[in-house]
Design a protein around this ligand. Structure first.
Ligand code: NAD
Ligand code: ZN
Length: 255
């Protein structure tokens, strides 16, 4: 419902939560990037209505699975390179600049929080980053442009020039170990927060979805902003069902 100040009740509640907190953490999922044109996994038309995910064991165990993985990666659906941050990302960046939000924990692999101007060390990537690749054995970084060129030419699979290991997008697949450093940082930021706002995540992928619950159990206020209901709505202090860009943009005053 709109009121005299022109703000929806939900938007006003979100604004006052940010005003009243001293240390907020924002937790994001694929939903914050759909307004940048990157499909999420679970919405109608999302990536999983088109492809079954290739898990880590399949990737490592089968050259056919690796071929399929890179074909998808370089198809338009899997290509995030041309996407730009949207109003939701810019509103989060504004909150970080104001000092309200100390860090952004993200399940996203698109690098759009960094592209919105947030310093690298304030973005905690739980599922890695799809904008580059890495060797699974020695960790050496590999750029996608060179991999793409060789792959598009005759489907040459990338091999590490340093150690001969298998190269994969620097993301975490199902069945792959979580990045320990990012998990530890996410936990300590979550425990230090008095406000935790989860946006654009169905909150079904664990262990990532454990952070909102941890924040709440630790005494923080929990707010969820998502188009559809999530598994943790019952636990939250405030649930807003709607589009992130318009809601957060209005709450924070970013157009
Ligand atoms: P998800 O697909 O499970 O859930 C996304 C949620 O966002 C859905 O519940 C949907 O209703 C909601 N949503 C979509 N657009 C929205 C909008 N504009 N405003 C508000 N809500 C919106 O995504 P997830 O929970 O992040 O988990 C899926 C996994 O897929 C993650 O681990 C992530 O690594 C990966 N993923 C990342 C990207 C990306 O980096 N952009 C894209 C797809 C998947
Ligand atoms: Zn290597």
């Amino acid at each position: 419902m709109s009121t005299a100040d022109g703000l929806d009740d939900d938007v006003r509640a979100l604004r006052s939560a940010f005003d009243g907190c001293s240390r907020a953490v924002v937790f994001t999922g694929a939903g914050i990037s759909t307004e940048s044109g990157i499909p999420d996994f679970r919405s109608p038309g999302g990536i999983w209505t088109k492809f079954r995910p290739i898990d880590y064991a399949e990737f490592v165990g089968s050259a056919d699975a690796r071929l399929e993985y890179w074909r998808r990666r370089f198809s338009t659906v899997g290509d995030m390179v041309s996407a730009e941050p949207n109003r939701g990302h810019m509103a989060v960046a504004h909150l970080v600049r104001q000092g309200k939000v100390t860090s952004v924990i993200t399940q996203n692999i698109d690098g759009l929080h960094q592209a919105s101007g947030i310093e690298e060390d304030r973005v905690i990537e739980l599922h890695g980053n799809a904008t580059y690749a890495a060797c699974l054995d020695c960790g050496a970084r590999h750029e996608l442009a060179a991999i793409r060129e060789a792959f598009m030419d005759d489907e040459t699979l990338p091999v590490c020039g340093v150690c001969g290991g298998i190269v994969k997008s620097a993301t975490i697949s199902f069945g792959q170990a979580m990045p320990q450093d990012a998990m530890a940082r996410a936990e300590s930021e979550t425990l230090a927060a008095d406000l935790f706002v989860a946006m654009g995540s169905s909150l079904v992928v664990f262990p990532a979805a454990g952070f909102p619950a941890l924040a709440k159990q630790n005494g923080a206020q929990l707010i969820i902003v998502n188009r559809e209901p999530t598994d943790l709505d019952d636990m939250a202090d405030l649930v807003i069902h709607g589009e992130i860009g318009p809601i957060l943009g209005a709450a924070v005053g970013v157009n």
